[in-house]
Ligand binder design. Sequence first.
Ligand code: PLP
Length: 368
Amino acid sequence: MASLAGTAPMEFSRVPHPAPVPGASRQQAIADPGFGRIFTDHMISIDWDEASGWHSATLGPRVPLSLDPATAVLHYAQEIFEGLKAYKLDDGTMALFRPDANARRFNESAARLAMPALPEDTFVEAVRQLVLMDSDWFPDVAGGSLYLRPFMIATEPFLGVRPAKQYKFLVIASPAGNYFKSGSPAVSIWVSRDYTRAAPGGTGAAKCGGNYAASLVPQAEAIQRGHDQVVFLDAEEHQWIEELGGMNLFFVFDDGSLITPPLSGTILPGITRDSLITLAREEGLTVREERYSIDQWRQDAASGKLTETFACGTAAVVTPVGRVAGHDGEFTIGSGGPGQLTQRMRERLVAIQRGAAADPHGWVKRLA
Ligand SMILES: *Cc1c(COP(=O)(O)O)cnc(C)c1O
């Protein structure tokens, strides 16, 4: 793997777990893993400070962190993360999907949160080593994957407000089943009127925990009103559709074209979003990255001009939206169930991720 010019690839010291979870318990845990509930035996840890830069890269047992109560991340939320999956290809090889894109985005998030950049090849190598070490945790259930969570926290004990001078990069792994047990049913979404996710100049394009903390109340409101997810409008005019709490949106029209909100700085640049734009354009479909308003959405759904809407992200891949509700009433999209293009896009992406379809862009990185 290429390293940054002039620097040697980072060496990881390996400390195997002295008492890993016994095979029988592990098999029981991964038979029905759910999502984000169980974790593998090991983790990656790399430290950063001003004097030494990145150092002490370790693949070791997954253990609780011991942090001084004054640790900066606990007070000012200087934290970023990524989410990607290791898949098992049809020939049994473990593979990652576009990990280089996650590494690049991680550094874009780091720059916004005043955190140090991590060499992209170190990010990918860290994930690779953890997956190979804990490959016995791969859940052999339909749609199963090993979900990887790389993240970085400010570890300096200091209450002054400035970028911290010490950081820790960690990667943990979590066996995951199919996000939706029975395929992917259409979800119902609630349009938030009282809350926004991101403002111009804010952190909306960075994958940071703070964005999620701010989305919990509006997401809980959506659930309380009987919906699955919240959809956010723009912070300035309250009319342009942005995204869900953790998924990007696509709108499908009766002429076969698609619209997805543009990367204006308030939307998270999803790798699934980018992949789907590429796949759709390859099929000859027109994809416009354009603003689309809530009023237009309602009008187009009523006239039949809009035929489908879907959300996308690594965790659930592609999820149809069947119903939309807000303070001004509600509307149904198409028949209210999964649309044809939505299902086709999902199948095409999953086939590439699983090694069952050609991969002309070199998105799939085999790990062994
Ligand atoms: C991670 C994330 C997405 C989806 O990104 P993918 O790279 O496709 O997984 C979308 N929106 C938000 C807010 C996110 O945090």
